[in-house]
Design a protein around this ligand. Structure first.
Ligand SMILES: Cc1ncc(COP(=O)(O)O)c(C=O)c1O
Length: 513
């Protein structure tokens, strides 16, 4: 019989073998075969006369959802004992999902079966607390459960009239975010897909404000012939900021780059001339080092000059929620706009970004949409405050995650993960490896010697599977990045992962001779 570890050829039929799950690297357990229920696909291809599902369709849907919930629980229960990176064999079995679109329907049970049997093993086990790549949070149980409900609701969170629940919960969640980040009262914004879109959204507001001051209506007339705007970023600004400047017609490279120090912090005394046609982009939390631009030293003069200050605080801004780490975010509250993520430190799950603007009317001016069929009421309409029209009710997951955490829960995630980062740094340093950054929050950069040794260690670690870390080049030095962003990471996870790192480094060194 074809096993899940053996790459099958692209299938034309629904497999009759039962899905299996990996219980330990390389070991698989059988599960009860699914009942292939065709009531729903029958109803889809031959809809009943009434718009209500027939009893058999409703029952089949309930059975399907229970099955999906069981598969999801099965997945999460197994995630702790499997390799963090999927095995190459599991990735190869994704081929089973290829092939031409079948000419007729497939029962939803069979579709689910395919997903769990072939999709689940090829995922990256992000939810076990030992994924330290990029800056990826996990997903809080309340946010995960909320996302199931959100899918069942299938709300379009564009207008109040389409979903009072989605719009009200987004509004409440945004206010909680404002309070947690210590931003000025009256600040408003929108939930978007991630910090890239949040940077885009907030910088569109900045572009509007500066050109309006110059008597130019950028939304109507575009940028052809517009008065020039100067954009200032730090030498270590995140790539998403320059990408969004490109999308906004302000140019990825048409920026003034301010020199930074060894941690990637903008040098306050190296700022160029700023005026009321300048957008100054600061950073709260460098993606490599976690360092913060010195906002308290920069913002007062930048404001006095009339510049628009934007903050990319994709993860670092959440340090404001912790009494212990709050000091790093001092001064950022003086900005005009902020971009951050729910799917990073708050662990809301993908996707969830947040754009905030001190004066939400400026954001509205940049984002509003009108059409005769769009019935706008007196409520806050997200369609006027973000680039999208139809959209998922992401604010509900944000609301649920933050509600489950409370203020102390958010502070605890910041403090616990930053403590774990220090534990990693101390363990690696004690073993003789070089830590390249000041570990101020949850990011650690470590060198295992030459670039080759460091890259070989990372490759070995990823293949071994206990945890997952990626690489970077920090100011000319090849390093392994450790980003501790998941609520689920425990001290035991850190110690297990540290042991795996040290073993990988030792083996790479002895292989290199
Ligand atoms: C500082 C910073 N800004 C922006 C981003 C982009 O965030 P997203 O991937 O949610 O778009 C990241 C991602 O890691 C980041 O670290």
């Amino acid at each position: 019989m074809r096993g899940i570890l053996t790459p099958p050829s692209p299938i034309r039929h629904i497999p009759t073998s039962s899905p299996r799950r990996q219980t330990a690297p390389g070991r698989w357990r059988r599960r009860t075969p699914p009942v292939l229920n065709s009531a729903i696909s029958m109803a889809v291809s031959h809809p009943p006369h009434s718009s209500l599902p027939t009893a058999s369709v409703a029952e089949a849907r309930t059975a399907l959802l229970k099955h999906a919930a069981r598969d999801a629980m099965d997945y999460l229960e197994g995630v702790d004992t499997r390799s963090v990176a999927p095995s190459p064999e599991a990735v190869a079995t994704l081929n089973a999902l290829r092939g031409p679109l079948p000419p007729g329907p497939t029962s939803p049970e069979a579709v689910l079966h395919l997903l769990h049997a072939y999709g689940s093993p090829a995922t990256v086990a992000k939810n076990n607390g030992r994924f330290f790549g990029f800056v990826n949070g996990g997903c809080l149980p309340a946010a995960l459960a909320a996302s199931w409900l959100v899918s069942a609701w299938d709300q379009n969170a564009a207008f109040f009239v389409q979903s009072p629940t989605a719009i009200v919960l987004e509004e409440i969640a945004l206010e909680w975010v404002r309070q947690l980040l210590g931003l000025p009262e009256g600040t408003g914004g929108s939930v978007v897909t991630g910090a890239t879109m949040a940077n885009f959204t907030a910088l569109a507001a900045a572009r509007h404000a500066l050109l309006e001051r110059a008597g130019w209506d950028v939304e109507s007339d575009g940028l052809f012939g517009a008065p020039p705007i100067t954009v200032v970023v730090g030498e270590e600004a995140h790539a998403s900021v320059t990408k969004t400047l490109g999308l906004l017609g302000l140019g990825r490279d048409r920026v003034i780059r301010v020199p930074v120090d060894a941690q990637g912090r903008m040098k306050a005394d190296a700022l160029p001339h700023l005026d009321d046609r300048t957008i100054l982009c600061l950073q709260a939390g460098n993606v490599n080092t976690g360092a913060f631009d010195p906002a308290a030293a920069i913002c007062p003069a930048a404001h006095a000059a009339g510049a628009w200050i934007h903050v990319d605080g994709a993860f670092g801004l959440w340090a404001a929620a912790s009494p212990e780490y709050h000091r790093w975010t001092k001064g950022f509250e003086q900005a005009d706009s902020w971009a951050t993520d729910g799917h990073k430190w708050p662990n809301i799950g993908y996707d969830c970004g947040i754009a905030l603007v001190r004066d939400p009317e400026i954001l509205r001016a940049a984002m509003s949409i009108q059409a005769s069929y769009l019935a706008l009421g007196e409520h806050r309409e997200p369609s006027d405050l973000n680039p999208e029209l139809s959209r998922r009710a992401r604010g509900v997951e944000l609301w649920a995650g933050l509600r489950s955490l409370g203020r102390s829960g958010m502070a605890e995630i910041v403090e616990r993960t930053s403590g774990h980062a220090r534990r990693f740094a101390a363990g690696l340093k004690a073993a003789g490896y070089q830590i390249l950054n000041e570990v101020v929050i949850n990011q650690v950069l470590v060198s295992f010697g030459t670039p080759e040794k460091t890259l070989a260690t990372i490759a070995r670690l990823q293949a071994e599977g206990t945890c997952w870390c990626g690489s970077t080049v920090w100011q000319g030095h090849t390093a392994m990045r450790i980003s501790v962003s998941s609520w689920a990471t425990t001290k035991e996870d850190v110690d297990r992962s540290l042991a795996a790192m040290l073993k990988a480094a030792k083996e790479s060194a002895s292989e290199a001779g």
